[in-house]
Design a protein around this ligand. Structure first.
Ligand code: ATP
Length: 320
């Protein structure tokens, strides 16, 4: 390996910049050249490729988003697009590539590996929905951002003795909702993996808790369930309690990464370079049982992840 490329793909996540910085600097320390590929696979196919030096990643560890920009690219899901991508890598002397993104981005990396470009994937997503790892770059920051926002909504909700539905991100995965449920002491959490769409149960719970003297009722609703505004109207009609919906939206994706996201993303970025130096390919980096590890991408993509039942139960038990 002489020259490596790095790209970010799929949704952006705070900490991606820390990972890019680590890739660039670890590679330079190991005597490699680094090329930044802009706008994910779309930028690869457009040859938006720039040389990166140590100074190019100064002052970015504390910034959210990704300095390389990110994109989704339909063309790269076709065999012709993948072939073109591999040829462009070869043309630019890129013999190893580090892809920071989610499962979709790893599928792209898998295709490049099959075409002879050594690839390592880094889990970058605020949703924590990558099965092989207990940590993904951006989740910690996103949860802290959502938690702080929910604290604020709760203050006003208590003062007005309202019910508040707060919608957090997570289209297919309820991890942000679960964590906020526990961290914010929410009365109810609605997770795509668990919700049975029995609104009457919700209504009964709100009325019951109100009887027991609760001054607010916080419902953390995951984006995958959504429809928070119409849900609020129905709940207000059924309970007679003023109910408001707040959708936190993209604010959860931005902002300066937490110390954990900076440190873990930096470690994973450096490890990805070290794995390439060892000649490894078609691997994805994960964090499991307190250690940074790597898995075969095919195996990682075949793994399944479920909401931990015990944590879910705790969230419910602590909301009495
Ligand atoms: P997020 O968690 O934000 O959804 P992701 O990496 O899963 O991140 P996707 O939009 O699924 O996001 O994938 C990102 C890009 O990866 C796609 O736009 C596409 O270019 C590439 N990609 C996805 N699936 C495949 C595939 N099966 N083969 C090749 N490339 C793929």
């Amino acid at each position: 390996i002489k020259t490596i490329g790095v790209l970010t793909s799929g949704g952006d996540a705070p900490g991606m910049n820390a990972a890019i910085r680590a890739v660039v600097r670890e590679a330079i320390v190991k005597g490699l050249k680094v090329k930044g590929i802009k706008r994910g696979y779309a930028g690869l196919l457009q040859e938006e490729i720039v040389d990166m030096e140590a100074k190019d990643v100064s002052d970015i560890i504390e910034r959210g988003g990704t300095i390389l920009q990110t994109a989704r690219c339909m063309e790269f899901t076709t065999p012709e697009g993948q072939q073109k991508g591999a040829e462009i890598c070869k043309k630019h002397g890129i013999d190893g590539i580090i892809v920071i993104g989610g499962d979709g981005s790893f599928k792209g990396a898998q295709k490049l590996a099959a075409l002879g470009i050594n690839t390592i994937g880094l889990p970058g997503t605020i949703d924590l929905d990558i099965a092989c790892t207990e940590y993904t770059i951006g989740f910690d920051t996103a949860v802290n951002t959502a938690m702080e926002a929910i604290d604020k909504v709760r203050d006003t909700s208590t003062s007005h003795e309202r019910c508040s539905i707060i919608e957090v991100m997570g289209r297919g995965a309820g991890y942000i909702a679960l964590w906020c449920g526990i961290a914010n002491g929410a009365e109810d959490i609605l997770l795509p993996e668990k919700y049975d769409y029995d609104e009457q149960k919700l209504v009964n719970n709100i009325i019951e808790k109100r009887k027991h003297g609760k001054k607010h009722h916080i419902i953390v609703n995951a984006e995958g369930i959504g429809h928070s505004a119409s849900m609020a109207k129905r709940i207000e009609a059924a309970t007679g309690i003023e109910t408001r919906a707040t959708i936190l939206g993209h604010m959860q994706r931005g902002g300066s990464p937490t110390a954990k996201d900076r440190v873990y993303a930096s470690t994973m970025g450096a490890l990805a370079v070290d794995l390439l130096c060892e000649g490894k390919t078609n691997r994805v980096v994960g964090y499991r049982h307190g250690a940074f590890v790597d898995f075969d991408i095919d195996e990682a993509l075949a793994m399944k992840k479920e909401i931990p039942e015990y944590e879910y139960q705790i969230a419910k038990n602590l909301s009495i």
